[in-house]
Design a protein around this ligand. Sequence first.
Ligand code: FMN
Length: 373
Amino acid sequence: MAAAYSVHDYRRLAKRRLPKMVFDYLEGGAEDERGLTRNEQAFDDWRFRPRRLVDVSERNLKTTLWGRTHDLPVYVSPTGLNGLLRPDGDRILARAAAAANIPFALSTASNGSIEDVARACDGETWFQLYVMNRELADMLVKRALDADYDALILTVDVPVNGYRERDKRNGFQVPPRRDLRTLIDGALHPAWSLDFLRTGVPKLANFETMEVTSLEAQAALLSRKMDASFDWDALERLRDQWPRKLIVKGLSRVEDVRRCEALGVDAVILSNHGARQLDAIEAPIRGLEAAVADASVPVFVDSGVRRGADVIKGLCLGAQMVGLGRALLYPLAARGRPGVDDCIEILKAEMDGALALLGVPESSGLGRDLLTD
Ligand code: FMN
């Protein structure tokens, strides 16, 4: 078994194991995919200026959010179709997150249902909401409430689907097309194909049991046909509907962060959806400092995190937590649960090493002075 020492190693292993069509779904961005490179580059553009001669023999990466302490300042970002990367992908990620004592976010487009995933893990769980239509959204919100999710994430950067050319070229769909190209792609990746044959096509589990509009909803979700009329008034209604923590994901602008705060939103996520929506979009890490200044709620950031040092840079710029998307999907696809556990350990070791090398024993002591651009 090939050794993996980094997220990048897991990416290579995932690429080897997954059919091209599935890897492209995981990896792909919108249009020319410049945003993908820009997201990673934006982390790279910040460089450290360490403090020296500090006692760093004991280090602490824990963070407390809403009265609960998490072992690391990261959470698992919501991602759809995890079951296509690895059978039972959602539960694997949720359990790995619980074991690492970090929050896990379940996507609306999950292959494990809201209820199953909640039952499967005893960690902090967040449910991510896509609004295809209001009636359906009400039902999902009620189910997440009944299943005791700690927070609801409303994703606001998908009024329409991003133009992902890889998926279009590949004719990507679920269930996959039964054509020669798909068959050859599957035959060239036998380990994945055997899993797929054994467990069958992963279902959009949240819609399996819904009688109303179930088929329509599944079709809408797969083609990401959202309710593009969802606006600030709708957010206000959602705030009234959801009594627990409400997080808004996909913001880029300081004014939008402030408006969320004014509406009683509990946290915001600066994100460009891993460059899967708009290609020519600013990397969220670049807007972080301005968003955090005077913020009255925790600000999280994602998009392009591939190293523990990226997480540390996010914290230096004021993020309370940093979201891991592809960084954990690669090990999920490559090795399942052992891969995810290992990759979390790798990222933890990288974060811990960065604290030591920066001369900062407590992650709460990270600050803007440690970075230069
Ligand atoms: N964000 C959502 O809010 N809901 C989703 O269902 C969702 N599905 C995703 C599926 C894939 C394969 C990927 C890569 C991302 C998805 N995202 C989704 C965006 C992630 O939550 C996160 O914002 C993004 O992955 C961060 O970028 P990075 O993976 O480059 O770090």
